[in-house]
Design a protein around this ligand. Structure first.
Ligand SMILES: [Zn+2]
Length: 280
């Protein structure tokens, strides 16, 4: 909605660059669900795997400019490294070279603060060298890491505004760092709250949430608008899917979500927990 209200294009990108972790048919299921809910995106679906050449070009640019280096550290080698909110803080062991052939590739970081003004969450700042250390941009198994792939695709597609879940907000500073090193623009970021269990865990398949139902989609869609504090009028769920989307486009506002970091499933109503699983 945020894109439409601002006359932007709304794109769908399937991030299929991690085949070992992908469930067979997952992409199709996502697209089927988006269609069932009446999401009407612009243009063709973009498959991230089709940008593999661009990912490699960006990686080579970083290596050629000595902004990235090979790292042969195993998990065991890093067992004693300090840990921060972003995971293991890489201590820079391989900054001066390593002689192994099977390596991951890390990007050099420094400790200058990286800040951005989030559209909902306000000013965010991280110091990468002390909070994450040099992070992996190509994995030892040869796959491009998420952080690098995302910034390359955002640049390729000319993305100016990113609306995504707050659970990814702590990746943003690393992505801005890569954008700077590669000479890319930094988009505007808006991190919206995610629905959580009463104990604060994000609602997801991992925490036992059922798949999104593909029937009775209108009450779910209206419940989602309600969860996002859009105050849909009573009876909106009885309208057609098209009319629900028209209402949402006319009434979309970010202000009620200002500073909101999570939405408890309790406040949303029973739909989100009792939905029939659509996938085993
Ligand atoms: Zn290393």
């Amino acid at each position: 909605m945020q894109a439409r209200v601002h006359d932007g294009l709304w794109l769908v990108r399937i991030e299929d660059i991690d085949p070992p972790r992908e469930q067979a048919g997952a992409s199709e299921l996502i697209l089927t669900a988006l269609e069932a809910y009446g999401f009407d995106w612009d243009g063709e679906v973009i498959y991230q795997s089709s940008s593999a050449r661009a990912h490699e070009t960006a990686l080579d640019a970083l290596l050629d400019n000595s902004l990235a280096y090979r790292c042969s550290c195993s998990r065991k080698d890093l067992a004693d490294a300090p840990r921060g909110p972003l995971g293991t803080i890489y201590p820079g062991t391989c900054r001066n070279g390593c002689d192994k052939t099977e390596t991951a590739i890390r990007v050099l970081t420094d400790d200058a603060p990286i800040s951005f003004e989030d559209g909902l969450q306000g000013l965010q700042t991280q110091r990468l060298e002390s909070e994450s250390g040099d992070f992996i941009i190509k994995r030892r198994d040869g796959l491009i890491a998420y952080q690098l792939a995302v910034v390359v695709n955002d640049e390729l597609e000319g993305i100016t505004e990113i609306v995504r879940g707050i659970d990814i907000m702590d990746s943003t500073a690393r992505q801005i760092w890569l954008q700077k090193l590669l000479g890319y623009r930094t988009p505007h970021y808006i991190h919206i709250p995610v629905i959580t269990h009463p104990d604060g865990d994000k609602l997801s398949k991992l925490t036992g949430a059922p798949g999104i139902p593909l029937k009775e989609v209108r009450p779910m869609l209206v419940a989602a608008l309600q969860a996002l504090r859009q105050e849909p009028p009573a009876g909106l769920a009885d309208s057609t899917l098209t009319d629900i989307w028209h209402w949402a486009a006319r009434n979309w506002k970010l202000e009620p979500l200002q500073g909101v970091t999570d939405i408890s499933v309790d406040s949303v109503g029973p739909n989100f927990l009792t939905a029939t699983p659509s996938m085993p």
